[in-house]
Design a protein around this ligand. Structure first.
Ligand code: PRP
Length: 204
């Protein structure tokens, strides 16, 4: 049995499209069910940010997750394939009429990605106070909670509609197929077979 963790959220729909091309149009999670079994495969519906945990702990053998989530988690998994979907950027955003003022003794940055943020500013040698939020990040600079944000930009609409602009780009992201390292040894043939099927779909 191969256990596959599939993400909820922004990359869910495109990921399910790929898998329905392999497993048929009936490839759908029933209502609120979180597990779907198809022959030798068990599919788990997992929150995007939790996928690295399921894979590292071996609760799932393989999974699909955004590179941004993977970088934030810094987990020890195998990156098998860039699926090229759910492309977005992790950016620093500030108010339209402002610039990032590095002369401040400490910049306040709101984000749901503290590790990526800290790493980026550490490399620049800039002191930051990170304010960890769980969503609606764009709100923070508008109400004085932070000087800037680090967040995902896909279409740019959320920043634009809230009077923010991109000050700097930190990284680009897209969905990746990842595997538990031990599973890749014990279930190598099953994983590689699925890998090849997914790869041929994304190449076409
Ligand atoms: C993400 C991200 C931005 C928005 C960017 O939020 O945090 O707010 O999408 O997309 P855009 O550039 O296409 O506007 P998400 O929808 O995941 O919700 P959140 O508020 O929970 O972070």
């Amino acid at each position: 049995m191969l256990s596959v963790a599939l993400p909820k959220g922004r990359i869910a729909e495109q990921t399910l499209e790929i898998f329905s091309k392999i497993f048929g149009s009936e490839f759908k999670f029933e209502d609120r069910k979180l597990i779907m079994t198809k022959g030798e495969f068990k599919f788990l519906m997992v929150r995007n940010q939790d996928i690295p945990t399921y894979i590292t702990e071996g609760a799932a053998d393989i999974g699909v997750v955004g590179l941004d989530v993977l970088e934030e988690h810094r987990c020890d998994v195998l990156r098998l394939l860039d699926l090229g979907l759910g492309r977005c950027k992790v950016c620093i955003g500030i108010k339209e009429n402002q610039r990032l003022d590095y002369s401040k003794p400490e910049l306040k940055i709101a984000t749901k990605m503290p590790n990526i943020t800290k790493n980026y500013f550490d490399q620049k040698g800039i002191a930051v106070k990170i304010i960890k939020l769980y969503g609606s990040i764009e709100l923070a600079p508008l109400v004085g909670l932070s000087d800037a944000i680090v967040d995902i930009v896909e279409t740019g609409t959320t920043m634009r509609q809230n009077g923010l602009k991109v000050a700097e780009e930190i990284m680009t992201s897209s969905a990746h197929l990842i595997a538990n390292k031990n599973s890749f040894i014990t279930k190598r043939d099953e994983i590689l077979s699925l890998y090849h099927q997914i790869n041929s779909i994304i190449q076409n």
